[in-house]
Ligand binder design. Structure first.
Ligand SMILES: Cc1cc2nc3c(=O)[nH]c(=O)nc-3n(C[C@H](O)[C@H](O)[C@H](O)COP(=O)(O)O)c2cc1C
Length: 229
């Protein structure tokens, strides 16, 4: 399915046309558009109205230097202790299979063979350049935050992602940035005691890129819900 780049005019359309875009056009996002999206996203609810987030917005030179650093570190095979692991250890069913399927479908789309470990690693390294998006966000929060506040951050990023669709933009949420605390602390003014919770690429999605044709499957509602009368 080709990437839908038409600006959304309602929430349903924004939800249905939002996908994780992993290739962006070399086209700047107007500053007032970006600020309006983030300003409106501030209306996101949070338990107790804690608003437990700090949003670091990178463009231009800062973004270029940040990406260059991250890419070098990634490709040199360096690893750091992530602020949080991406998934629980020994992922179980059905989540394990969903994750596996996503990987297979994605490598299928971009033409990387299952056993091509190097090709897969090279592809994953595109995370380090925010998939060439002109805007990179790093969202941090205090290390003392608990699970409910992490949920609040999830709500915030969904708000940003849906509002982006209203402006004809696309996004990629990136847990990837939890892996590089040294890069984030070197380039950004991160509050003492804060850690990276998630990152996000924002920009104009590339409709020509095959990877953006990927539509990640979903479970049927009946598989994940129980209705009670
Ligand atoms: C919090 C969060 C973190 C994610 N981190 C990454 C990431 O680091 N790299 C990536 O390529 N996709 C990342 N994704 C995208 C998911 O793989 C994607 O949302 C899922 O496969 C469903 O596909 P869709 O977003 O295209 O509907 C992340 C998604 C979420 C919600």
């Amino acid at each position: 399915m080709t990437l839908n780049t038409t600006p959304s005019t309602d929430v349903t359309d924004a939800l249905e046309t939002r996908i994780t875009v992993r290739a962006f056009l070399d086209k700047a996002v107007p500053d007032d558009m970006l600020r309006a999206i983030l300003q409106t996203a501030m209306r996101s609810p949070s338990g107790g109205n804690l608003q437990p987030w700090k949003i670091h917005v990178m463009r231009g030179k800062t973004l270029a230097e940040f990406k260059a650093d991250a890419k070098v570190k990634t490709l040199s095979g360096q690893m750091e202790e992530p602020s949080h692991p991406a998934y629980p250890a020994n992922l179980w069913e059905p989540h394990r299979s969903w994750r596996y399927k996503l990987g297979m479908d994605m490598y299928d789309k971009i033409g990387v063979a299952r056993d091509d470990k190097i090709g897969r690693m090279m592809w994953l390294a595109n995370n380090a350049t925010f998939f060439d998006a002109p805007v990179g966000l790093i969202i941090t929060g205090d290390k003392r935050l608990e699970m409910p506040q992490h949920m609040d951050i999830g709500i915030l990023i969904q708000s940003i992602m849906l509002l982006a669709r209203e402006s004809g933009l696309h996004t990629a949420p990136q847990g990837w940035w939890r892996n590089w605390p040294s890069v984030t602390s070197h380039h950004l003014d991160i509050d003492k005691g804060h850690e990276v919770l998630v990152g996000m690429a924002i920009g104009y999605g590339d409709p020509e890129a095959r990877v953006n044709d990927l539509r990640a499957d979903r479970a049927e509602l009946v598989e994940v819900s129980k209705f009670y009368d």
